[in-house]
Design a protein around this ligand. Sequence first.
Ligand SMILES: *Cc1c(COP(=O)(O)O)cnc(C)c1O
Length: 352
Amino acid sequence: MSRYFTRSLDPYVPGEQPEDLSRFVKLNTNENPYPPSERALAFAREHCRPMQLYSDLNVLDLRAALAAEVGLEPENVLLSNGSDELLYFAFLAFCSGARGAVFPDISYGFYPVFARLCGVPYQEIPLRADLSIAPEDYFDRHQTVVLANPNAPTGLLLGMEDIRAILDRNRDSVVLIDEAYIDFGGQSCAALLREYDNLLVARTFSKSRSMAGARLGYAYGSAALIGDLETIRYSVNPYNVNSYTLALGLGTMLDGDYTRQTCRSIQENREYTIEMLSKRGFEVLPSAANFVFARHPDYPGAALYAALKARGVLVRHFDKPRIADYNRITIGTRAQMDALLEAVDEIVRAER
Ligand SMILES: *Cc1c(COP(=O)(O)O)cnc(C)c1O
């Protein structure tokens, strides 16, 4: 830290991104193993705005396409540079010294980082012993509620009625539901937007739409909430999403069959992985996401993480009190999952 730095920050720590990708089976940052479709890539090449020009400010075509998916209007959609940026905008817009944020003690690691960056007080509410969210813990908080659904890194899903109850008991506060993984098996709460003007839904093209490196996120909300986020956007970086990403995003939307197909493959590979890990003595939480959260009674989480890494398989371990026994394993192709299982078998044999 230089002597000029004016902050005391504890930044987010992303999963490892190794320089030489060929050395690893990479199952540590929940990327999609399948590339964007050829049709989407061809569309982007053809329709990308010339790079000497600034990117489109309003992006009506892409916002209309996203709005149509849930029966809304373009004014109900904000685009962002990955959904991380949108989460940051939401903390800036809807939290203050007087109105803090509440979220689970075990959830996406960026929530407390944004709260601290924005100078906002926050409360981390413990998950139940089984690592599920207790909806009633979020009732009548008078603070901005932030929940990932399905939650990360557990993969556990909260039902629509629970989300509705949380919205009902927080009519004076924004409830932000982060649906980064919703396409892998959950039902979106965007359907509740017509009833609740305090609901904000965050989504991303990074996971189910294979565009992590392109950085494209979006929010669904009432025109008023989206307008507030636009005010923040125009106060930070109006051209927040680059032209190529906008074109590829629209191309991806026009090839919805491909997204549905790849999501289905990942769901199948997930059920296969859960079954195979269970056979090997792992305890695996039921997952509605493109990852599983698993522990083995005989191998501490950190040791298993290191042994897998030594065999070229990268997974994610969180050195945090209640979850240190677990590893989060991204679901990749069937071949990648077989490589993981092979490494697991080697470890279990070697240490017997
Ligand atoms: C991956 C992820 C995001 C953000 O991803 P972006 O790449 O910034 O869109 C947001 N929330 C959760 C829970 C995530 O896992």
